[in-house]
Design a protein around this ligand. Structure first.
Ligand code: SOE
Length: 399
């Protein structure tokens, strides 16, 4: 007997069964169990390139069906949402086709591999939104309670006038020079290296938290390890390559360093690298303002450090706030006080927000337009590096 009170199903077609496919599947499965949502996500069909792997993923992640043709998802009238977790070079084609087929789209970051592709996707998303078809770009870290709380504090004026921004995204899964080649090291597939893969996150986060757009950059990119073993055993993101075998050329940056000028002239210092030995997933954001500061490190994702410069002199100092309390964004839906959340919850929050937006018919954020601005910053960083680190404007009209 059907449950008359259950919200209507929202059928999900997901493309890609790697790390992101697993994270999104978990979120689609979990979101309605912890958040009250207007629709109930159903893991309908998963698409992937290799039959055996996609069949395994369907069984593991809980999808009813699987296919090796992503087009099948678009042709299936039962499917409501297309979730794109495949590499960057596929985003443009799949998104345009999915929107044309009348499907809502969740597209992983970065939005695409070029500004031109992102512009087309954004135009298509804006047009589709007029018919109630919605799009979201997957900058999932916005949904970390501590970072959402940081934005709230900035909005409330806790730091006062923003004076300086510091942002790093540090990983080390490529610090072994014999870690094997992967699609993430191929420019044609991934678009760029550390810059677009992880730098894009801190570009998005700092703009979102401060409410200020980046207007110009001066950048340096470098590829520290120019070739890597083609064969090897992948493990997590890295793994061990066959050091005695053939090596392939790395065509993306390993490290991206840049200074950014935000609207109003605020300066920010950015660092994105997958070579920071010992740093596993350190997303560090610090905002310094006239009245105070906030500082965050994803390796301690349940904490936010805040500094109140208006407190009496003898009592000043950074305070560690545990962002696990019902007062903090998203936290009330989970565990009792102090029990903490993990990486996977950021995706669950993303899905909960997307399903709410679909239910209410309102545009979710980050929109493709916001993701396009991130893409323009990435392009300006690459252009600046190619031009001897010259200050390069983030041109809203450039392609
Ligand atoms: C690899 O560096 C990666 O998987 C990124 O692509 C993700 O966006 C980030 O969440 C974790 O690291």
């Amino acid at each position: 007997m059907s449950d008359q009170t259950s919200p209507a199903p929202l059928n999900v077609g997901l493309i890609g069964y790697g790390f992101m496919g697993a994270a999104h599947s978990h979120a689609w499965r979990t979101a309605h169990r912890f958040f009250d949502l207007p629709r109930t996500p159903v893991l309908h069909t998963i698409a992937g390139r290799t039959e055996a792997s996609v069949a395994d993923a369907a069984a593991r992640y809980g999808f009813t069906a699987h296919t090796t043709r992503w087009q099948d998802l678009l042709e299936d009238p039962e499917i409501d949402v297309i979730d794109i977790c495949s590499p960057g070079d596929t985003h443009h084609e799949i998104t345009l086709a999915a929107l044309a087929a009348g499907k809502h789209v969740l597209c992983e970051k970065p939005l695409a591999n070029s500004v031109a592709e992102s512009e087309e996707m954004t135009a298509a998303a804006v047009a589709a939104a007029r018919d109630g078809i919605l799009s979201l770009c997957g900058f999932s870290y916005r949904r970390t309670p501590a970072l959402a709380y940081a934005r709230q504090l900035v909005e409330e004026g806790f730091v006062g006038e923003i004076r300086q921004v510091r942002a790093q995204y540090l990983q080390d899964w490529l610090s072994d020079a014999d870690a094997p080649m992967t699609w993430r090291l191929d420019k044609d597939t991934a678009g760029s290296g550390a810059l677009g893969d992880i730098g894009a996150h801190v570009i998005d986060l700092t703009q979102w938290i401060t409410g200020l757009d980046i207007e110009a950059v001066s950048a340096t990119l470098t590829t520290v390890v120019p070739t890597r073993p083609v064969a090897g055993s992948a493990q997590g993101l890295g793994g061990k390559g066959d050091a005695s075998g053939e090596r392939g050329r790395v065509t993306v940056d390993d490290t991206a360093l840049f200074t950014a000028r935000f609207a109003g002239g605020v300066l920010g210092q950015f660092e994105a690298t997958r070579m920071a030995t010992g740093r596993k997933n350190a997303i560090r954001v610090e905002i310094n303002g006239a009245n105070g500061s906030i500082a965050f490190d994803f390796e301690r994702m349940n904490e936010l450090e805040i500094y109140d410069a208006t407190a009496p002199a003898g009592r000043q100092g950074f305070t560690r706030v545990l962002t696990t309390e019902p007062e903090h964004p998203y936290a009330a839906a989970w565990w009792p006080t102090g029990h903490g959340l993990g990486y996977e919850h950021t995706f669950t929050h993303e899905i909960a927000d997307l399903v709410r937006a679909i239910g209410e018919g309102v545009d979710p954020s980050p929109s493709f337009a916001e993701a396009l601005h991130v893409q323009r910053v990435l392009a300006a960083v690459e252009a600046s590096d190619a031009d001897g680190s010259r200050w390069t404007p983030v041109d809203p009209e450039s392609t």
